[in-house]
Ligand binder design. Structure first.
Ligand SMILES: N[C@@H](CCC(=O)N[C@@H](CS)C(=O)NCC(=O)O)C(=O)O
Length: 212
């Protein structure tokens, strides 16, 4: 089955999908989106956000829906822990990033704050830092409270939670967030970055990265 991922180097929701594709060792074609507002992209993905996956002649939008589909079609290696409660923890961790943090800090929200609400760059940055702090504090405590200390978020193998965490750490660093209060997140992030599945999905490794 041919897979084409429409994304961009700095598309962190797309980076989640790239990580999962790599973890599952699924070859895919990287299609750099020239413009989100182009008629061609809107036709492909009427939701108008990145990423979108072309698969088996169909198009699926939304990173979490894409990842679930990949898990269903290509279950091995799996991206969830075997214990149902740990699976729930992994989903909960991933959802805080995908459903609560990422949507309010993404590019279009920051642009709206600056261009329409009229707040200055310093305030946009303060907004960004505030929501990262809220989310990362909760995620850090969630990892601290686990009965066992794992190298990855919820086990000895990387999975969905790690695929959501690492792109968010990239973003947090890009926006100069202070990560000193989140030693577990930093440790898991560092462990993930030892793996090709994560390094190959990083923004700087993508073909449309400036100067690539
Ligand atoms: N919930 C969506 C979020 C998609 C999303 O917001 N993607 C961002 C890039 S990471 C985007 O397309 N932003 C366009 C913009 O901000 O203008 C998903 O998980 O796929």
């Amino acid at each position: 089955m041919k897979l084409r991922l429409h994304t961009r180097y700095q598309n962190s929701a797309g980076q989640r999908v790239r990580i999962v594709l790599n973890l599952k060792r699924l070859p895919y074609e990287y299609v750099a989106i020239p413009s989100l507002s182009s008629e061609a992209y809107r036709k492909l993905n009427p939701q108008g956000l990145m990423p979108a996956l072309e698969i088996g002649g169909r198009v699926v939008a939304q990173s979490m829906a894409i990842i679930e589909l990949l898990e269903e079609l290509f279950p091995e290696p799996g991206i969830f822990p075997s214990d149902p409660f740990l699976r729930a923890e992994a989903r909960s961790f991933a959802q805080l990033i995908a459903a609560d943090l990422h949507p309010i800090n993404n590019n279009r929200v920051r642009r709206y704050l600056a261009d329409v609400v009229g707040v200055d760059e310093r305030q946009v940055r303060a907004w960004y830092h505030h929501w990262v702090k809220q989310a990362f504090s909760g995620l850090e405590t969630q990892l601290e409270r686990q009965p066992a200390r794992f190298p990855y978020c919820f086990g000895d193998r990387p999975g969905l939670a790690d695929a959501c965490l690492v792109p968010q750490m990239d973003n947090a660093r890009r926006f100069d967030c202070d990560l000193a209060h989140y030693p577990r997140l930093v440790a898991v992030d560092a462990e993930c970055r030892k793996l090709e599945a994560f390094t190959l999905a990083a923004p700087a490794m993508q073909p449309d990265y400036p100067g690539a």
